[in-house]
Design a protein around this ligand. Structure first.
Ligand code: B4P
Length: 191
């Protein structure tokens, strides 16, 4: 199994690049953001609870997200590998993921982080907010709150994987093709 984490702040292009990477490498795409938005659209109990957190720029509680990842993993046991997009987002989620993978006799091969300036991120998210209907992208105050949460709660995930010698940072500004090429170079060397 080849397991990859695509890491970076909100709007850094994780979702955009993941769509291309899963197609090229035949990995299963696990986006916790997409799973949560699906739950919201389906008006499930989990979705209704998650909506309040997402709309105010907060993270959904760890136990909810970890439970969702667990059941996604169970449903796709036969996958040749996973691309984790937007997960893990806290140190507790990173630990839960390591344990889950270890229980399946596998591990994270590498974490690739996309480096994008805050001004570029705001521009991208406000722009996406015009057409996506995503309430968390429509308001600059909520966007800035998501960056603060990223710094406080998500950046320890980078330290976790740096300590394990599994972390690479690449420029996330440039064309989608250029960034995809940089990602493929790293993955091809590891797969
Ligand atoms: P996510 O769905 O993960 O989304 P994201 O971080 O906002 O965006 P991403 O980095 O994927 O950016 P994208 O490619 O779309 O999270 C949403 C919310 O869900 C979180 O705030 C949180 O509340 C909750 N959540 C999710 N996972 C969670 C977890 N594990 N624990 C707790 N809560 C969780 O790109 C953004 C825009 O930029 C797009 O419009 C795109 O077209 C554009 N773009 C991409 N690449 C570009 C490039 N190279 N140049 C110019 N524009 C580019």
């Amino acid at each position: 199994m080849f397991n990859l984490i695509l890491f970076g702040p909100p709007g850094s292009g994780k979702g955009t690049q993941s769509d291309r990477l899963v197609e090229k490498y035949g990995l299963k795409h696990l986006s916790t953001g997409n799973l949560l938005r699906q739950e919201i659209n389906d008006k499930t109990e989990l979705g209704l609870a998650a909506k309040n957190y997402i709309d105010s720029g907060k993270l959904v509680p760890d136990q909810v997200v970890i439970g969702m990842v667990d059941s996604f993993f169970e449903q796709h046991k036969q996958a040749r590998g996973f691309l984790f997009d937007g997960f893990p987002r806290t140190a507790a989620q990173a630990e839960a993921l390591d344990n889950l993978l270890a229980s399946k006799q596998t591990a994270i091969a590498t974490v690739i982080a996309l480096d994008v300036s805050e001004e570029e991120l705001v521009k991208r998210l406000l722009n996406r907010g015009k057409s996506s209907g995503r309430s968390d992208d429509a308001d600059e105050t909520v966007i800035r709150k998501r960056f603060a949460v990223y710094l406080a709660e998500t950046s320890p995930v980078a330290t976790h994987y740096k300590d394990a010698g599994k972390f690479e940072l690449i420029p996330g500004e440039g064309t989608v093709d250029q960034i995809f090429e940089s990602l493929c170079l790293i993955i091809d060397a590891k797969i």
